[in-house]
Structure formats: structure tokens, C-alpha cells
Design a protein around this ligand. Structure first.
Ligand code: DGL
Length: 269
């Protein structure tokens, strides 16, 4: 692998099916503000969560090929569904370090007083081998209930987080399990990070586990361990690749509080 010692000006690639991964990008930019990032929102293929794994894997490969061509020194798969479908194969194929997402079963199982935890994730994530292994390895001692968030990511992508519709949708998805005693909800999809306020408003007192900061910390650790950090004094920056409707993406991102002073459009994969 190419090494630049402790100073590597190449960008960090980050991708998701849409705005969800911005939750991870926000943490990355906070923890590693000197880095240059390229964020891919694969909105032309949104949603990933209800597609067969092979299709999501194909998109993940197309996007990572594009990021590799842009010189990415690290790729953060800021999507649980894509991580579930492809991270093992991506790691094998590309000579680039990868950091991916897995639902936070471990911290939730360890901290739930009632020992009853809801994992809210897409059907694609919940059907995957990665999830099955994480529950097996880290879920012991707690009751782990998997709840597929049908339509929740689409609400977020449409800019409806924080609305009465979002409150209604989280009530529908989580109400029965919380009434049955679950006290902890794991946000197992990066889009759902933007529903944390709706979940708290609807179910005060329920703990919410969001792994976006932990994933960003892991990415920073990889940059440090592998001598890939940006040189001091380098100008941070952000490039955006949006495979679908740019205006819709920017409108939703703005509603979520992001001002993406992005470089001009880059070619889509
Ligand atoms: N943000 C993606 C995840 O973390 C899923 C959204 C989608 O269904 O495309 O799983």
C-alpha cells in the first residue's frame, strides 16, 4: 500500500444511499477537521434497505471504485445496509482500509437496565450475516428484538424528520416493544440518527444508542495507526457526489442543519 508517512493529503471517502451518512460525516469533520472528505450520496439507488444484498454490493463496488479513482486513503461505509452487504468483499478487493457500521448491540445490551433492547434497522441489515454474528457475539444477557424500520429512511430522505409524520412513524414502529418493556433503542441505520429527537419526544426515558461518533473515532484511529493523517495546516474540504437529484439532497441536508459548502458536482459512478 502507498504510504505517505505521517502526512497524507489524500481524501477520506464516505458513502451512503443518501443523507443518512451525514450523521457520520459530521462526527468525522468534528474529530478530524483537517481532512478532506468526499461524500457520495447514492440517491439514484435509494433506498438500499429493501434491495437484495447483491444489488447493494454492486453499488458499493461502483462507488468505492470511484472513490479509489479519486485517491481515497480510507473509506467509511456510513451505511449499515451497505456494510452488511459488502464490507467483507470490499476489504478483500480494494487495497484501502475500510471502516463500516454495525448496529450497536454491544453497548445497548451492556447498558439496558431492563435487559430488553430494540434494534431498529433496515430489512437488509437485519437479514445479513454480519448482524446475526453481532447479536450472537454481543447480545447475550439481554433480549434483542429486531424491528425493521419500513419507510423510516424514506421519511428522513424526504426531509420529514422532526415532523408529525415522523413522530407517528416511530410510534408505529416502536410502540409495541416499548410497551412490552424495552428501554433501549439502537439506531441501526444512519438515516435513523435524524429521528432520535422524534423517538425521544415520543418515548421519553428510553435510551437511544447511536454509533456514529464511535465509528468516526474508529476511522480517526485507523488514520493515526496507519500514518494516513492529513498534514498540519492543510485546508479541509468537502467534495460531494450525488447520483440522483442534487436539489432534493441539498434541501434535505439543509433541513437537517447541514450547510454543505461543497466543491462543484463530480461525475457520478
Ligand atoms: N442509511 C442506510 C443504513 O444505514 C439505509 C437507508 C436505505 O434504506 O437506503 O442502513
Amino acid at each position: 500500500m502507498l504510504s505517505f508517512g505521517a502526512m497524507d493529503p489524500r481524501p477520506v471517502g464516505v458513502f451512503d444511499s443518501g443523507v443518512g451518512g451525514l450523521s457520520v460525516l459530521r462526527q468525522l469533520r468534528r474529530l478530524a477537521p483537517r481532512e478532506r472528505y468526499i461524500y457520495v450520496a447514492d440517491t439514484a439507488f435509494f433506498p438500499y434497505g429493501s434491495r437484495p444484498g447483491a444489488e447493494v454490493r454492486k453499488r458499493a463496488f461502483a462507488i468505492c471504485t470511484r472513490l479509489a479513482e479519486s485517491g481515497a486513503k480510507l473509506i467509511v461505509v456510513a451505511c449499515n445496509t451497505a456494510s452488511a452487504a459488502a464490507i467483507t468483499d470490499l476489504r478483500e478487493f480494494f487495497p484501502i482500509p475500510f471502516v463500516g457500521m454495525v448496529p450497536g448491540v454491544k453497548p445497548a445490551a451492556a447498558s439496558s437496565p431492563a435487559r430488553k433492547v430494540v434494534i431498529l434497522a433496515t430489512p437488509g441489515t437485519l437479514d445479513g450475516e454480519l448482524y446475526r454474528r453481532v447479536v450472537e457475539d454481543f447480545g447475550s444477557g439481554a433480549r434483542i428484538v429486531s424491528v425493521p424500520g419500513h419507510g423510516l429512511a424514506a421519511l428522513v430522505e424526504a426531509g420529514e424528520a422532526g415532523t408529525a409524520r415522523a413522530r407517528h412513524a416511530v410510534r408505529e414502529a416502536l410502540g409495541a416493544e416499548i410497551a412490552a418493556g424495552a428501554d433501549t433503542v439502537v439506531l441501526g441505520c444512519t438515516h435513523y440518527c435524524f429521528l432520535a429527537g422524534d423517538i425521544s419526544a415520543e418515548f421519553p426515558g428510553v435510551a437511544i444508542v447511536d454509533t456514529s461518533e464511535a465509528v468516526a473515532r474508529r476511522a480517526v484511529q485507523v488514520l493515526q495507526e496507519q500514518g494516513l493523517e492529513a498534514p498540519s495546516g492543510s485546508a479541509a474540504g468537502l467534495g460531494l457526489i450525488i447520483t440522483g437529484d442534487r436539489e432534493a439532497f441539498h434541501a434535505t441536508a439543509a433541513r437537517l442543519g447541514f450547510s454543505l459548502e461543497a466543491t462543484p458536482a463530480e461525475p457520478v459512478p
